[in-house]
Design a protein around this ligand. Structure first.
Ligand code: ZN
Length: 405
């Protein structure tokens, strides 16, 4: 029988209060189970400052040590027990199940399984649970991926969109027709493939076309040891609510309405090693609660529109960079672009858009006004100038938004 929210929360409350030094102190005044909303939000800085205080088990019960991605600040060491690894495996089994993978699938993992990442391990575990054939190519070489693709005829690939595009470009250069190849599903991690209107963005559409395959977005956070994957309906990643509870909160920490964008705040259920209550992921998205076309009734998390600190304020309008980049991807003639946010005043940011290509600027301005309710400064710029913003020497990946505030 499945557990209710009240049971999961009560069990988690008692567990963390007994075993976690951090939560023992934080919840000292609560003898009975409080409302979850009464627990203060936890930010990454607090967690990073004293991770050992969150660990609920002695060292001999830890079986897996990984690090967080470190996109914000220093990568954090994360520790899992044997039961946590089983939970991770079950989560990925459910997630890949949403994308319709079965034991009949052969799946290429084009993601690193080493370098202390949790993601690659989680995918491997989940595919094992389902019983898929697994091919661990990693993401080191597009040529190797193509070689294995020809040898094993996989039906699906798990990978980062930019790498999967690179593989498609390499195939094209080799004269290989990926559209006629065996891959029918691309499970896309780490980069958005859809906009908030559920349409594929430029990257998602490029991938779907180049591979002649269905594309599925999946979102995961190491600290939560959890991921949410889309189903065929492509209307957000399905939450597995026996493992994770999500809240979407506004700047004041209050819940927003269903379908409204706010910060994703998560509470883990059933974690032994490092359980977290009301953890602020820093990612912004919307949650949808109406039943999905696939028949699942759990909430779905929409596309991540950006980091909380990247939220823009322009003359009274609040918006996220992803809204602007989605518009730029859809207006004809835009070959490449970058969105720059400059400081203007306490209350308003100045947005500058550099575009390259045979674009009609009045049409672009109209699109911004209609869909974002703002008109940024727009300037036609040489490709080289835009690329210098997108990929400065120290950047690990290309960025379409640069925060100069
Ligand atoms: Zn669904």
């Amino acid at each position: 029988m499945s557990s209710t929210f009240a049971q999961l929360w009560a069990g988690t409350f008692r567990y963390v209060k007994e075993h976690s030094p951090y939560y023992r102190a934080l919840l000292a005044d609560h003898d009975t189970v409080p409302a979850l909303a009464a627990v203060p939000l936890l930010d990454k800085a607090t967690l990073s400052a004293r991770p050992a205080d969150f660990c609920c088990v002695p060292r001999e019960r830890i079986v897996e040590l990984v690090t967080t991605s470190g996109t914000t600040g220093e990568p954090l060491l994360w520790q899992l027990t044997a039961a946590d690894v089983r939970r991770l495996a079950h989560n990925e089994q459910l997630s890949f199940g949403c994308a319709g993978l079965t034991a009949g699938d052969t799946v290429l993992i084009a993601v690193a399984l080493d370098r202390c990442f949790m993601a690659g391990l989680a995918y491997w575990l989940g595919l094992r649970e389902i019983g898929c054939g697994i091919v661990r190519t990693g993401a080191g070489s597009p040529r190797f991926v193509l070689e294995m693709l020809q040898r094993v005829q996989p039906t699906a690939i798990v990978g980062v969109p930019s790498f999967l595009r690179l593989v498609a470009e390499t195939a094209q250069a080799q004269g290989m027709d990926l559209r006629a190849a065996s891959v029918r599903k691309l499970i896309c991690i780490g980069e958005p493939i859809r906009d908030t209107r559920w349409q594929l963005n430029r990257s998602g559409a490029l991938l779907a076309n180049a591979w002649n395959a269905g594309v599925f977005a999946t979102y995961g956070v190491t600290e939560l040891a959890n991921s949410l994957c889309e189903c065929e309906a492509g209307r957000g990643g399905h939450l597995h609510d026996e493992q994770l509870h999500l809240e979407i909160l506004d700047d004041a920490g209050q819940p927003v309405a269903d379908g409204e964008i706010g910060e994703v705040v998560a509470t883990t259920w059933g974690v032994e090693g490092m359980p977290l209550l009301r953890y602020r992921t820093g990612d912004c998205a919307a949650l949808f609660r109406e039943p999905c076309a696939c028949g699942r009734t759990t909430p779905r998390l929409g596309p991540i529109v950006g980091r909380r600190q990247h939220k823009l304020k322009v003359k009274g309008v609040s918006l996220y960079p992803a809204t602007l980049t989605a518009i730029l991807e859809q207006v004809p003639g835009v070959e490449t672009f970058v969105v720059l946010a400059h400081p203007e005043s306490e209350l308003s940011d100045r947005i500058e858009v550099l575009v390259h290509g045979p674009v009609r600027l009045p049409e672009l301005r109209e699109a911004f006004q209609a869909r974002a309710k703002i008109t940024p400064q727009i300037r036609l710029a040489p490709r080289a100038e835009i690329e210098a913003w997108q990929q400065p020497p120290e950047a690990r990946k290309r960025r379409m938004f640069v925060d100069r505030r």
